[in-house]
Design a protein around this ligand. Structure first.
Ligand SMILES: [Zn+2]
Length: 387
C-alpha cells in the first residue's frame, strides 16, 4: 500500500514536470479566444433573431398588401355603385322637374277650360232667357235661337269633357310624380348607406396603409441592424482567426474536445471519498461506465506523450494538445498508438478495461489545463470542455 502510494506521488511529480515542458507567457490567449467566440455566438444568435423578425415583417407586409388590394377593389366597386346611384337620383330629379312642369301646364289648361265652360254656361243661360218675341224683334229666326242653344250645349259638353280629361291627366301626372319621389327616396337611402360603407372602407384603408408604412420603417431598421451585425460578425471572425493563428505560432491549442467514449457517468469530477484508498481527495476526471474492450477515441488533435502503466490509473495513454492542454485515458486494456505519434480527434487510441485501482470496467478521463505563464497544470472538469 505504502509502495503504491509512493509510486503514485512519483507519478504526479513526473507528470507535472512533463506537463510543464512548453512554458511561455501567453496563458490568456485561449481564454481571449473563448471570450471572442462567446461574443461571436451572441452576435450570431442576435442575427438569427433579426432575420426571423425580417421574415415575419415581410409576411405581415405581404398579408396587409393583399388585404389593401382587396379593400381597394371593394372601394372601387363601391364608388362605381355610388356614381350609378347618384346618376339614377339625378335622372329621377329631372323626371320629377319635368312632371312638375307638365302638372303646371295641366293646371293652366284646367283653369282655361273651367273659364270657357263657365262662359258657355252663362251664354246658354242668357240665350234661354230670350223670348221668341225678342228674337223676332231682333229680326232673327226663332228656329235659329233654338239651333244656337243646341250648339252651345254641344260646345259646353265638349268643354266639360276636355276639362275632366285634363283633371284626370293632372291626377295621373301627380301619381307618377309621387312614384318618382318614392323611388328617389329609396335611391337616396341606398346612396347614404353606400357612402357610409365608403367611409368605413376609407378608414380601414387608411389604418392598413399606416400599418404598412410602420412595417416598412421597421424593416428598414431591421435591415440596418442586420447589416451592422454582419459587419460585427465579419470583424469578430477575422479577430478570432488572427488570435488562432497567433495561438498556433505560440503552440496553444484552440480547438474543441469530444467525448472519448459514450456511456453513463459513474463518477463526476470533484472531491470524493476514494472507494479504494478510503481518503478524501480530488477525483481529477470523470468515470464513464463502459464494457471492457470499448474503443477509446482521442478527445482532441494531439501527440502521444505516454503509453504504459501508471500506478493506480493502470494502463494509460496521455495525449498532449499543444502547450496548454493534455488529456489522460486510464484503466485501459491496451493502447493502439505509440509515444510520439500524432493523433487526430476521434481517432481510436486504445481499448478500455479495468486495470489499476478500479472497482469495475470504466474509462477514467482527465483534462489538464496548463497555465503557460506559471506552468501550473490543473485538472479541470471535463464537462466544461465537452459538448
Ligand atoms: Zn476516475
Amino acid at each position: 500500500m505504502l509502495n503504491s502510494k509512493n509510486s503514485f506521488v512519483k507519478f504526479i511529480v513526473v507528470f507535472m514536470i512533463f506537463l510543464l515542458v512548453f512554458l511561455s507567457g501567453f496563458g490568456t490567449v485561449r481564454s481571449g479566444i473563448e471570450k471572442e467566440r462567446k461574443k461571436l455566438e451572441e452576435y450570431q444568435s442576435q442575427l438569427r433573431q433579426i432575420r426571423s423578425n425580417i421574415v415575419s415583417v415581410e409576411q405581415s407586409s405581404k398579408q396587409i398588401g393583399a388585404l389593401l388590394n382587396s379593400l381597394n377593389t371593394q372601394l372601387n366597386n363601391l364608388e362605381i355603385q355610388i356614381k350609378t346611384t347618384q346618376e339614377k337620383i339625378t335622372y329621377l330629379s329631372n323626371e320629377i322637374t319635368n312632371k312638375e312642369a307638365q302638372i303646371k301646364f295641366k293646371e293652366e289648361e284646367i283653369k282655361a277650360r273651367q273659364s270657357s265652360l263657365a262662359d258657355t254656361v252663362t251664354l246658354s243661360y242668357e240665350l234661354s232667357k230670350i223670348s221668341p218675341a225678342d228674337v223676332f224683334y231682333e229680326g232673327g229666326d226663332p228656329n235659329s235661337v233654338s239651333k244656337r242653344i243646341i250648339y252651345i250645349t254641344y260646345i259646353s259638353n265638349y268643354t266639360e269633357k276636355l276639362l275632366n280629361q285634363a283633371i284626370n291627366d293632372k291626377k295621373e301626372l301627380e301619381n307618377y310624380k309621387k312614384e318618382l319621389n318614392n323611388s328617389k327616396s329609396q335611391y337616396e337611402l341606398v346612396l347614404n348607406e353606400k357612402i357610409e360603407q365608403e367611409n368605413i372602407l376609407k378608414d380601414e384603408l387608411d389604418m392598413k396603409n399606416r400599418l404598412l408604412e410602420s412595417l416598412k420603417t421597421k424593416k428598414t431598421y431591421l435591415l440596418y441592424k442586420e447589416n451592422e451585425l454582419e459587419e460585427e460578425i465579419k470583424k469578430e471572425e477575422q479577430l478570432i482567426q488572427k488570435l488562432i493563428e497567433e495561438a498556433k505560432k505560440k503552440g496553444i491549442y484552440t480547438g474543441t474536445f469530444i467525448w472519448p467514449a459514450k456511456g453513463p457517468i459513474t463518477s463526476e469530477f470533484g472531491m470524493r471519498f476514494h472507494p479504494i484508498l478510503h481518503i478524501w481527495r480530488l477525483h481529477d476526471g470523470i468515470d464513464i461506465g463502459i464494457p471492457t474492450g470499448t474503443p477509446i477515441k482521442a478527445s482532441a488533435d494531439g501527440t502521444v506523450t505516454y503509453v504504459g502503466a501508471l500506478s493506480g490509473y493502470g494502463n494509460v495513454v496521455i495525449l498532449s494538445h499543444m502547450a496548454n492542454f493534455s488529456t489522460l485515458y486510464a484503466h485501459l486494456k491496451s493502447a493502439v498508438v505509440k509515444k510520439g505519434q500524432n493523433v487526430k480527434q476521434g481517432q481510436v487510441i486504445a481499448y478500455s478495461d479495468n486495470t489499476g485501482w478500479s472497482t469495475g470496467p470504466h474509462l477514467h478521463f482527465s483534462i489538464y489545463k496548463i497555465d503557460i505563464e506559471t506552468g501550473k497544470s490543473t485538472p479541470v472538469n471535463p464537462r466544461d470542455y465537452l459538448p
